[in-house]
Design a protein around this ligand. Structure first.
Ligand SMILES: [Zn+2]
Length: 69
């Protein structure tokens, strides 16, 4: 599980797997929040881990956070 992500690999992943664009140009680690631009035009921040593993690939308007009950 030591896969190294670089900003260009992340950008590629984002563009292949979503309609979202990556605005951040430097990657410093998995805990960093990256800035994305949703296909609706909203910008949003999320860690890449959440984006990739939790399928949070849109802004909160297009994909509201799940309410826990
Ligand atoms: Zn959106």
């Amino acid at each position: 599980m030591n896969k190294r992500w670089t900003i260009s690999k992340i950008k590629e992943f984002v563009e292949k797997n979503s309609d979202t664009k990556l605005l951040t140009t430097e990657y410093h680690g998995f805990s960093q929040k990256l800035l994305f631009k949703c296909s609706c035009g909203n910008n949003f921040e999320k860690t890449f881990t959440k984006f990739k593993n939790n399928n949070q690939r849109k802004c909160e308007v297009c994909q509201p956070p799940k309410l826990s009950r």
